[in-house]
Design a binder for this molecule. Structure first.
Ligand SMILES: Nc1nc2c(ncn2[C@@H]2O[C@H](COP(=O)(O)OP(=O)(O)OP(=O)(O)O)[C@@H](O)[C@H]2O)c(=O)[nH]1
Length: 410
């Protein structure tokens, strides 16, 4: 039976973990699966964004050279060191074995925070008249901090607040005697911050919803394949006796014959028929007859080693057994055991015209490797003749086909 989904209410198909419109929670129990989902679907994206952001940060060395030329050398040095550190971190965090999803998600905001501090240090030391204008480039830091976030909105919020504190704090420090530049900067900065946070929230919620949808899809696939397995089982099983049905027998016989032709692996077939079943039905009733059919089938199945042979209901009160063995002595042993097992059931049958007062079977059997057999139908016909012979010669016995019998059949 497939496990019921822990997160979905199947009646409404809504994730139970959705607590209102604003939050999509991942319960603790689902976190490992969520991590695996992020690793599989977003690792590549997070890795690339980190690399691109690190390179973008380095490329600002050109802007520094133009706008704060007195800091050009320091900028080249600082940005080179930070680029190397970032690449090393990326390599460490994204290494195949270390699957720390939150660190993966927050690596860029962390680098971003350090880069913000470093860049403001350059600005504060520069005497360039372009510094007040260049200040506005710091908006890029809040954009980068939220651009790659996939897992935790709380993380994005915390890092955004820290970066904002650094930016606003530094702008205030750089204009200690005039509040207007800070006011103008804040008026430009705050809408960008809010928009970036909205983007982070939207992305993290969408990723969580996509995770729940993938869970649900996997659950439905499981359910469907177990239903399919059950249907297949039903389609190949005889309802009364629970052994394989005629359709399954025909398929397996053809398959075994094909295997023998391709790989030279011989097998054997036994046809089993209950003796004097008509008088049994007539005297004990059809229901008792049904019961006996099931009993005989189960006795035969119990006498066969699983994997070595499979029993089928061939039709009416006739059964077929396909044996994965090409040895005559084994075939004889198994045929005899079937006779004994059914006789041992001691099913009372006082209305048969011959000897024993209990139910018996007759068996006709043959190896697929007998010379003269051209196909599976020949093998079946050969077993049928052996069964007929067993009936003719007094029933309750096994008749095995031998080479000379098949050769002289026509
Ligand atoms: N109860 C029951 N009887 C069945 C079923 N299928 C076939 N039969 C009966 O099996 C009997 C087969 O009888 P026959 O083929 O005449 O042969 P027999 O009486 O067994 O005699 P021999 O085979 O010659 O030993 C018939 O009476 C069928 O009605 C079934 O599903 N349930």
């Amino acid at each position: 039976m497939p496990k019921p989904s822990p997160v979905f209410n199947t009646a409404s198909d809504q994730p139970l973990a959705l607590s209102g419109r604003w939050r999509v929670d991942i319960p603790k129990a689902l976190w490992p699966e969520f991590e695996a989902y992020i690793w599989q679907h977003h690792r590549g994206f997070l890795l690339l964004t980190n690399i691109i952001a690190a390179l973008a940060f380095f490329s600002y060395v050109l802007a520094d050279a133009l706008l704060i030329p007195d800091m050009a050398q320091a900028s080249l040095l600082l940005r080179s060191v930070l680029l190397l550190v970032a690449m090393l971190d990326i390599w460490l965090v994204f290494g195949r074995r270390r699957r720390n999803i939150l660190l993966l998600d927050q690596l860029m905001p962390l680098h971003d925070l350090i880069a913000t501090v470093a860049w403001f240090e350059l600005l504060k030391r520069s005497h360039s008249p372009d510094v007040p204008t260049f200040l506005y480039a710091s908006l890029i830091f809040i954009v980068f901090a939220n651009l790659g976030v996939r897992v935790s909105f709380k993380g994005a919020l915390a890092s955004s607040l820290a970066i904002s504190l650094v930016i606003i704090g530094n702008v205030a420090l750089m204009n200690p005697h005039d509040s207007k530049p800070l006011l103008v900067f804040s008026l430009v900065y705050l809408p960008v911050l809010l928009f970036c946070l909205f983007m982070s929230w939207n992305t993290t919620s969408s990723v969580r919803l996509a995770f729940y949808a993938s869970q649900e899809e996997a659950r439905r696939k499981n359910e469907l394949s177990s239903l399919n397995r059950r249907l297949q089982m039903l389609a190949s099983t005889d309802a009364l006796t629970q052994v394989g049905n005629r359709r399954a027998f025909d398929l397996q016989l053809e398959q075994l014959w094909l295997q023998m032709s391709q790989h030279g692996r011989p097998f054997a077939l036994l046809l089993v028929d209950i003796d004097f079943f008509k008088p049994y039905n007539d005297h004990y009733g059809h229901l008792a007859g049904d019961h006996v059919l099931a009993e005989v089938a189960s006795a035969m199945v119990n006498s066969l080693r699983s994997g070595q042979a499979r029993a089928f209901r061939y039709g009416g009160e006739e059964f077929a057994i396909l044996l994965q063995s090409g040895r005559q002595d084994e075939l004889r042993r198994i045929g005899q055991r079937l006779l004994q097992q059914v006789a041992a059931l001691q099913v009372e049958h006082h209305h048969r015209p011959d000897g024993p007062p209990h139910l018996t079977i007759s068996v006709g059997a043959a190896l697929s490797s007998l010379p003269g057999l051209r196909d599976a139908t020949d093998l079946l016909a050969c077993c049928d003749r052996m069964l007929y012979r067993a009936k003719q010669q007094g029933r309750n016995q096994l008749q095995l086909a031998t080479d000379d019998m098949v050769a002289g059949r026509d």
